[in-house]
Design a protein around this ligand. Sequence first.
Ligand code: ATR
Length: 277
Amino acid sequence: MLLKLGLIGHPVGHSMSPWIHGKLLDQQNLQGSYELFDLEPEEFDQQIQSPEIKKLDGFNVTVPFKEKIIPYLAGLDETAKEMGAVNTVKNTSEGWIGYNTDGTGFADSLTNDYPDSLKGNTRILLLGSGGASRGIFHALAKKEVAAIDIANRTTQRAIDIIQEGSQKIKSTVLTLDEASEHLSKYDVVIQTTTVGMSPNDDQLIIPVDHLTKGTIVSDIVYRPMKTRFLQEAKKRGARLHFGHQMLLQQAVYSFKIWTETEPDASALLEEFEKKLK
Ligand code: ATR
């Protein structure tokens, strides 16, 4: 059987997904393709129902369509429902079913690196309140950690994340200044903003002077792999976690949903890192 997979978004040109899914198809001895579909936001309603999208067995959804896709789905898994956002669609006999693997990919990549990182007494700080932060918040909230606080330039966006869904987790919203001041309170700090993205962006989202040794610090920016935020954190003895592992793990989850196989992400990691450098 020839599997037809793809990604819809706007823009999609720089996506690493075709490379990752090509490798996963090879790894599982499956024949198939993973194509990019750059849809026009104003023409989404027509284009999403075009024959070339309809014939896909499964596809990923990226910005700006993660919410817009929902009316076209026959069903949603629990995480996607809670978040109101979908990044993976499977074509089934009942119609399109939506999933969200963004945050789960992050949580798993974190515990792969640091098995002790998400415990009952773990205090987490999320920096940023965009789509990536939301996904991570929802996935980590299921892990029964002690607290997940969110700091963002626009605090209302952080409040919105905390208030959606039926989370029982203890959460406080902070300004970026407060987050910087209280860094020593946290066991895990996750940078999800676009600050530091691209090799020429050397900005720091917050100063890390108050970071304590041994804190796990993650930056989901994966180009460059070692952002200035991670470099500064390392100087203070932090244990680092890199964002590209989230991307890989989340792709593996989508692939599992489509193919019902058990791909091995770790076998791809080294090759993926070389590609990002
Ligand atoms: P994504 O969906 O990829 O996470 P996004 O929705 O554009 O991206 O969110 C980007 C995040 O980076 C937001 O938290 C944004 O802060 P605001 O909500 O206040 O906009 C944050 N961000 C971007 N540029 C920033 C900057 N110069 N300083 C502080 N935060 C910034």
